[in-house]
Design a protein around this ligand. Structure first.
Ligand SMILES: NC(=O)c1ccc[n+]([C@@H]2O[C@H](COP(=O)([O-])OP(=O)(O)OC[C@H]3O[C@@H](n4cnc5c(N)ncnc54)[C@H](OP(=O)(O)O)[C@@H]3O)[C@@H](O)[C@H]2O)c1
Length: 236
């Protein structure tokens, strides 16, 4: 299958890309601007291609479809987050997080869905967050975008189902990726997060891979409009 994974030059996206390549899929690696980095990662893991598109920019988001063409599996993993108290969220921060996390999700679904519908087969997976369910003092806006994406997933899933296209969300908990490097590098901060996780540890990017692979395999054929939470119990 042909698979596009947004934000796949590092972290969870890269782990998913590696797993799809191992499965024998034709994978396209994506990041915002650094094409050399995307190509380096694609070469390293044996992916079929590398593309860039800054998903905060509407025209670049729309142009992404022209760069990849239709795909069988669309994994919408790229996101941004700005840590700040909800009282400090300004228009710029609001627009940035809404545009990358929510607007690009809608746009890319609109662009890639018609070919899936025409083919009678497609898999769309969005990557959410445990913050859909938990309240973090500095991630209110980020959480709001992830909740909005989940709502969109459920709506699109219902109306895409008759055409063989499944749409699901996979919500990681605290995962050791470059995004969290400042926290995981500080023993006290790391321990404070681990204390909130019933399994007592951060997840690894690989922990998020199985659910996405399953949703994009025969085993996931009858699963749509759902939210799979991979968090070591953190939301409980
Ligand atoms: N790590 C966690 O603890 C955790 C927890 C819950 C949910 N998640 C979710 O899991 C997903 C992956 O997280 P991660 O920690 O692996 O992320 P990460 O290490 O921060 O990597 C993010 C990826 O997204 C790309 N990206 C960022 N901004 C972009 C933009 N404007 N346009 C296009 N691409 C952009 C990055 O490419 P560039 O380098 O080019 O920017 C990079 O490839 C995200 O949706 C995140 O919200 C993560």
């Amino acid at each position: 299958m042909k698979v596009l994974i947004t934000g796949s030059t590092q972290g969870i996206g890269k782990a998913m890309a590696e797993a799809f390549v191992r499965r024998g899929d034709e994978v396209i690696v994506h990041c915002s601007r650094d094409l050399e980095k995307a190509e380096r990662v694609a070469n390293e893991i044996g992916a079929a291609g590398a593309v860039t598109a800054d998903l905060s920019d509407l025209s670049e988001t729309v142009a992404l479809y022209g760069k990849t063409g239709a795909v069988d599996c669309l994994i919408l993993n790229a996101s941004v987050q700005q840590k700040e108290c909800w009282e400090d969220i300004d228009d710029e921060s609001f627009a940035w997080q809404i545009n990358v996390n929510l607007r690009s999700t809608l746009k890319l679904m609109q662009l890639y869905y018609p070919a899936m519908k025409a083919a009678g087969f497609g898999r769309i997976v969005t990557i959410g967050s445990v913050n859909q369910y938990r309240q973090h003092p500095e991630l209110g806006m980020y959480a709001a975008t992830k909740c909005a994406v989940l709502s969109l997933v459920k709506n699109v899933a219902k109306f895409a189902a008759p055409y063989g296209v499944t749409v699901n969300n996979v919500a990681p908990g605290a995962i050791e990726t470059p995004r969290n490097a400042d926290v995981t590098a500080d023993p006290a901060m790391k321990a404070a997060v681990e204390a909130q996780i019933p399994m007592g540890r951060f997840g690894l990017p690989q922990d998020c891979v199985g659910a996405v692979l399953m949703l994009c395999s025969e085993a996931g054929a009858y699963i749509t409009g759902t939210d799979m939470i991979i968090d070591g119990g953190m939301r409980l």
